[in-house]
Write a protein that binds this ligand. Structure first.
Ligand SMILES: NC(=O)c1ccc[n+]([C@@H]2O[C@H](COP(=O)([O-])OP(=O)(O)OC[C@H]3O[C@@H](n4cnc5c(N)ncnc54)[C@H](O)[C@@H]3O)[C@@H](O)[C@H]2O)c1
Length: 255
């Protein structure tokens, strides 16, 4: 893809699942990748896989809910890999249960990770991108934020918030070169989905019923999401802004 070689990307939550796939795909295109995760061991494993394949990446430990830690982390990324051209807000978390079984402590944790985390990174990085040639931001929301998802009420609220926030930032700063888009994965085979589906027979049944409902008859994979994220970061997508793109095997279809 055009316009990626030599760029620097920050990808949060790249120590596992979908983010790991995005980091690998970007590195294949010659992007220097900052693999940012609260789980340093996971981030280091992603970096090992990228460097073994001939790419360039470094691991950075960060809890994205901590604004001042994020400031220091971005300073370390800039010192190690240069100024940041691409930000992928991918880190996310949920504990699935009916809304009436949840409590404010759990809401706070879900909102901190899924909404404040992306806000923190964008508030820190966008001014730096404006000082250079602008930048590409891809926010990873969820189809839960478009159509809802039983057992994920607060998470869905955050993801819907990320979608609306992305459109607003795109409107405010597009003309200054900040290009923001949102990708909404559908159910995808990662550790997060395994936690959501649960263990044993109930988990197997949920997976089978989702697979029956998805027109392409399978869950998503990290590879399914990595291509669109890398495309949106590339110059091939320079005229695409403020869009919300579902990658769900057709489970949801938006006009
Ligand atoms: N897997 C799915 O079915 C699915 C569906 C829709 C949306 N998504 C979204 O895709 C993204 C990636 O999910 P995944 O399925 O790969 O999950 P995952 O659990 O495999 O990976 C998430 C990563 O985020 C990291 N993380 C969590 N909290 C963090 C924090 N506070 N600071 C920094 N890193 C943190 C975790 O350590 C982990 O490495 C998330 O935003 C998720 O909401 C996933």
């Amino acid at each position: 893809m055009k316009g990626l070689t030599g760029k620097t990307a920050v990808i949060t939550g790249a120590g596992s699942g979908l983010g790991c796939g995005m980091a690998q795909r970007m590195a294949e295109e010659g992007v220097r990748v900052a693999v940012v995760d609260i789980n340093l061991a996971g981030a280091e494993e992603t970096v090992r896989e990228i460097t073994e394949a001939g790419g360039e990446a470094r691991a950075f430990e960060l809890d994205i809910t901590d604004y001042s830690a994020a400031v220091s982390c971005i300073e370390s990324v800039e010192a190690g890999l240069g100024s940041v051209d691409i930000l992928v807000n991918n880190a996310g978390w949920d504990a699935a249960m009916p809304f009436l079984d949840t409590d404010p402590d759990l809401w706070k944790k879900i909102i901190d990770i899924n909404l404040y985390g992306p806000l923190n990174l964008q508030h820190i990085l966008v001014p730096k991108m404006l000082e250079h040639d602008g930048g590409k931001i891809i926010n990873i929301a969820s189809d839960a934020g478009r159509v809802g998802s039983s057992g994920e009420a607060v998470y869905s609220a955050c993801k819907g918030g990320v979608i609306a926030f992305s459109k607003t930032l795109a409107r405010e700063l597009g003309r200054k070169g900040i290009i923001v888009n949102t990708v909404c994965p559908g159910p995808s085979d990662t550790p997060l989905f395994a936690d959501f589906a649960g263990e044993g027979e109930a988990g197997k049944k949920l997976r089978a019923s989702l697979e029956r409902s998805i027109p392409l008859r399978r869950l998503g994979t990290a590879d399914d999401i990595a291509g669109i994220v890398t495309f949106l970061a590339s110059s091939e997508a320079d005229f695409i802004i403020g869009q919300t793109i579902s990658v769900s095997g057709g489970l949801t279809m938006h006009g």
